[in-house]
Design a protein around this ligand. Structure first.
Ligand code: ATR
Length: 292
């Protein structure tokens, strides 16, 4: 039941139609018995400022922000959580008295999902594919959890270099290098773990991977794709075909969502039981969507 006192939150994205966040947050609210409703908002790039101000005017308790707005909302928040500031991307807005505070729950969500998948970050060598908002959260996780080395591969090499420089500066050690995605053949021949953060292979372009050559995948022992639609990306498939293990982005989505939900509902802790049920519900939904 949604009463007239319900806390209202939502997600702003473009496109937004395939987001599983409304399903997830409304499920959390039902399970936790909270008077709360979460709705999708399709927001064009040129409307980001109006959307943030409008959400505040409409008394929304918070918002999730996703592709392609995670960096664009920053000028319109009143305050930044220190981690979100360090990452340079915001995926969660939390209402305060005079405006929204920007948080990044992607980093915590990714970190937890990587742990669940059995990935050790400390002391390992990493390939980070992409240099956008999601890559920034991933670089922050790798830096804070003492990765040995990181190579950022991006189509636009300049952006990869910028993120590498920023990350080295932030953590005070030279452990990140950058290269153009096309130059992957120059990577040292050693065991890698990888995080895929580009939108390549995301619905409706499910048949694509950022690198098509199977040779790229030979040295990747474990990989996580942050994409969750489709549940199994071509990238994940290529990793597995080369003998590695791969996970999709559903767990990261759920954990970042749980963290955001807890920020909007202080004092609430979503138990593992509810997380498990949400995972089943979302998997089933993804399965059904496959045919649409
Ligand atoms: P997000 O917030 O999800 O990270 P983003 O900031 O728009 O979204 O970043 C998208 C990422 O996907 C970028 O790394 C982008 O590469 P460029 O920086 O070169 O644009 C990458 N990407 C998008 N389409 C791509 C494509 N067709 N081939 C390779 N990389 C692509």
């Amino acid at each position: 039941m949604i009463s007239a006192k319900a806390k209202v939150c939502g997600v702003m994205a473009y496109p937004v139609e395939h987001s599983l966040s409304p399903l997830m947050h409304n499920f959390f609210a039902g399970e936790m018995g909270i008077d709360f409703v979460y709705v999708p908002f399709k927001v064009q790039t040129e409307c980001v400022e109006d959307a943030v101000k409008g959400a505040f005017a409409l008394n929304l308790a918070g918002m999730n922000v996703t592709v392609p707005h995670k960096q664009r909302v920053i000028p319109w928040v009143k305050e930044m959580d220190p981690a979100a500031k360090a990452i340079g991307a915001v995926n969660t807005l939390v209402r305060t008295e005079d405006g929204f505070k920007g948080y990044n729950t992607d980093a915590g969500g990714l970190s937890r999902a990587m742990g669940e998948f059995g990935m050790t970050i400390e002391g390992k060598d990493w390939i980070l594919i992409g240099a956008g908002g999601a890559a920034k959260a991933a670089a922050y996780v790798l830096g804070s959890r003492d990765a040995n080395t990181v190579v950022i591969l991006n189509r636009d090499e300049y952006k990869a270099r910028e993120l590498a420089d920023e990350t080295n500066r932030r953590f005070g050690r030279e452990f990140v290098t950058a290269a153009a995605l096309n130059d992957w053949r120059k990577l040292p021949d050693r065991e890698w773990q990888a995080i895929q953060t580009t939108s390549v292979g995301m619905y409706p372009h499910g048949g694509q991977a950022p690198v098509e050559d199977p040779a790229f995948y030979r040295n990747i022992s474990r990989a996580m794709d942050v994409i969750y639609t489709p549940a199994r990306t071509r990238f994940a498939l290529l990793v597995e075909e080369a003998g590695g293990q791969a996970a999709g982005g559903l767990d990261m989505l759920i954990y970042q969502g749980a963290e955001a939900f807890q920020l909007w509902n202080p004092g609430t802790v979503i138990p593992e039981e509810v997380i498990k049920k949400a995972r089943i519900l979302m998997r089933e939904t993804l399965e059904r969507q496959k045919g649409t």
